[in-house]
Write a protein that binds this ligand. Sequence first.
Ligand SMILES: [Zn+2]
Length: 300
Amino acid sequence: MVRINSKPLFALLLSLFSGSALAQLNLFACEPEYAALFKELAPEANVYSATTAKQDPHQVQARPSLISKLRRADLALCAGADLEVGWLPMLQMKANNAKMRPGGDGMLFASDFIDNLDQRDSVSRFDGDVHADGNPHMHFDPYRLLQVAKGVSQALAQTDPDNSASYQANLQRFEQKWQSAISTWEQKAAPLKGTKVIAYHSSFRYLYHWLGMQQVGDLEPKPGLPPSSSHLAKLVNIAKEQQPMAILVTGYQDPRGGEWLSSRTQVPLLILPMSVSEKDGINDLFDLYDTVIDSLLAVE
Ligand SMILES: [Zn+2]
């Protein structure tokens, strides 16, 4: 019989069955910005994003692959405030995961951790596809995103209590890096204060709010509707009066209305990334903010 020294073996087994080796969480994000946040707060976890930066998060197909990912998820993080109202309920129902049901422990919404801008008391069906619970595209407000990070970190620790100390440490590291990035961004973006833009939808509402910019026109006549020619004609006048520095469109929006307006007004068209996209070299939230601010400064 071969005798082996049982001490190192015991230590190895212990390390396998305790702490991070045991718990590899499955984390489901509705949008890539929240997958990126999960990666900051739980770098060892399996993180999955239901959509890419090139997909419209208002309109997603509840595909079988999404259903099976949500079925196995320990925690899910979505924007909330009705952004995913067209597809997430179906996904939750089909996933049949008790934690992911409405009100379930594992289902997190960024909007629950913050106050959304532009909340409305009442919305009529004539208003188009507006967000009654406020604007859900909050990930371009770095302060609100930090509040969300704190809430998500707590939920991670509750889901995986053995590793709560490491989630706490990850949050602290992220918060330090993020705070210092905020002051760099604010200094750099100072020239954007008071500038005007025309944009597609209220996608960058929180960025304007943060940096003191103003959206003077929307390519959508009503939220969710594509630009009509009469609406574009109005925007030509607005552009002449208001002198916006750019027309902003994001990756999943049809650029044609913006291109036409740009050709008529000589206001440059900027296609800004809506989210993290490794394919485009935007690997994390820091890259995303850098890219958006640098692109705006380049035309300012
Ligand atoms: Zn929206």
